[in-house]
Each structure stands twice: as structure tokens, then as C-alpha cells.
Design a protein around this ligand. Sequence first.
Ligand code: SAM
Length: 330
Amino acid sequence: MSHLTDMEQLFGVIDQTAIILRKELNCLYLEAVAETGENLFHEEILQDELDEVTKKRLQKEYSTIKLSRFDKETIRKAYQLAVLKGMKEAVQPNHQMTPDAVGLFISYLVGKFMNKHETYTILDPAVGAGNLITTILNTHAASIEQAYGIDIDDLLLQLTYVNANLQQHGIELFHQDSLQPLFIDPVDLVVCDLPVGYYPNDEGAKNYKVKAEEGHTYAHHLFIEKSLTHVKEGGYVMLLIPNNLFESEQSHLLQPLLKEEAIVQGIIQLPLSMFKQEQAAKSILVLQKKGQHVKAPEHALLVNLPKFSNKEAMNDIMNQMNEWFYVNKK
Ligand code: SAM
């Protein structure tokens, strides 16, 4: 059976059972996706309130698949499709899941930048539904000593929890505002698809260097500062940022922080065609926290990615990038 068919088959079961659970539990489709994920993981129907007929209908669906037969990427993609379907119904644009192509590209960068570390710890302070972090774990689990995820949204965090369980990854999860004090030691690598917009808690923003002189501070600026605080000296921070990060009316507050605390290792602009509007377009910013023995590259990795479907242009860029890594990250 082909890979795609496996994924479709698993998605079909998650989707059908989520539709049943949504109706019977009178909840959101996304909540039902979390519930059915728990059932799949425990191989048991956990919702005691369901009547026997509903339980039998669910059982019939679950019995058509065996989870252990699917590889982790198939499980991630099938679950991701169900979450995407649910997000259309319920989630704000800023809380959207990191797209697959972006996750895979960040995962490639993780492999390249972390190649000197035999093992490392990783934190995603805006873990959402866990698509980005599990994409990275699916490639680099053998080198990842411990993964941490934080999110302010309890439903998204529950989806990450179920997602990680189904893919058999241990991620330590925290339900909290990441801009408040964290109960995690500094890590070797922070990855984050930044929530973009204003942070409403002015009192909470007070302790940050990037706080706005007046009014609300940009949450994405606070996240960048927090990421730099929570990474070890010489550690890396890989962030999905809005393209206008350095041109906004608060960017003069961010520039000195970056200069003081970090080395810009790379800025990789994602293809504009990935985004509905040009203003929503994003780049990947790679920072390294300053520290002893940390050297800046002769020049940062500055790349404009072509459309991912343009194989020739993509190959060309990948060759140039590999050359940069060869020279700078031997
Ligand atoms: N990488 C995630 C994924 O693959 O599903 C998507 C991240 S989404 C773009 C941004 C996330 O930031 C949302 O899940 C949102 O709930 C979270 N968020 C926003 N403000 C936050 C805060 N102050 N503390 C923690 N999480 C926050």
C-alpha cells in the first residue's frame, strides 16, 4: 500500500471518529480530534458518557487500522490534516499551525546548525498543535535529549500532547504564557513560529528590554528576547518571523538587543507564493547567542528561497547553502 494511501486511511479514521464524537459530545471538531487521538493511543474508548451504540460505531472505525503499522511521519501528516480541518472552524489566524514545507525546511536547518552537538535540548515556546516540533523530532529524535513545548492555548497544547503520544515522542509540555517566568532551564536550541501582534499585558512587558515606550509591545519582539534569555551561550534560536521585522515602528527597540546578545547567522526568506498576501510573508531568522568561543560567520547566510516546486532553482539554492555550511560550520 502506498504512503499516501496509508495517510489517507488514517486521516479517514481520525476524521470519521471525530465527526461522531463532535456530535455525541456536542463539542468542537478540534476537541473531538484530541479525544479520538487519546482513544487511538490508549486503544480504548475513554468517553464513559457515550452510549453503547456510539461506542460500537467508534470501535468499528478504530478496528480498521492498527496504529503500530504506520510510521511517525504518516501519523503526523494524518493528524495534521485533521487539525487543519478543525482550525478552519475555530482558530484565530495567528494560532495557525506551521505549514509542512516550513517545518521540513527548519528541520533541515536544525540538522545543519546543530551538527556539532552530539545531543541537545530543544524548546518551542509557542508549540501550538505541535506540528513544527514533531516534524523536527521525526528527523532528529536520536540527537534530541529533551524537548519542551509551551502554549497559552490549552486546546492546542492538548493536541500537541496527543500528537506527541501517537508519534511516540516524549515532549515536556507547559500550559502557560511563555512571556511569564518559565520553569525550564536554558536549552541548546529554541525554535518558534512566532505569534505576531501586540502583547496585551503591559505590566508583564515591563521587564523586557524591547518594551515599547508607549502602549503595547509587540509579542513577537518579546518572544525573541525571551528565546535569547532561554538559550545557553552559543546556543541557537530559529524563528519564523514576519518579513517586516526590521522595518516596523518598534524595530529600533529590537536592533540593540540583537546586536548586544546575538549573532545573526542567517535570514532565509520563504517564497512569497506561500502566502496569501505579501504583508503576511515570512522568513526564518537564525540567531546564535553570544558567548565565549562563539564566532560570527564572515557573512550571514542570506537566502531568498524560490518556489519549493521549482526543483532546478531549489537545487541551486540548496547547493549554495550547503557550500555556506561547509565553509562556516565545519
Ligand atoms: N508551531 C506551531 C505548530 O506547528 O502548531 C504553531 C505556532 S502558532 C503560529 C503560534 C502559537 O503561539 C499559538 O499556538 C498561540 O496559542 C501561541 N501563543 C500566543 N501567545 C502566547 C503566549 N504569550 N505564550 C505562549 N503561547 C502563546
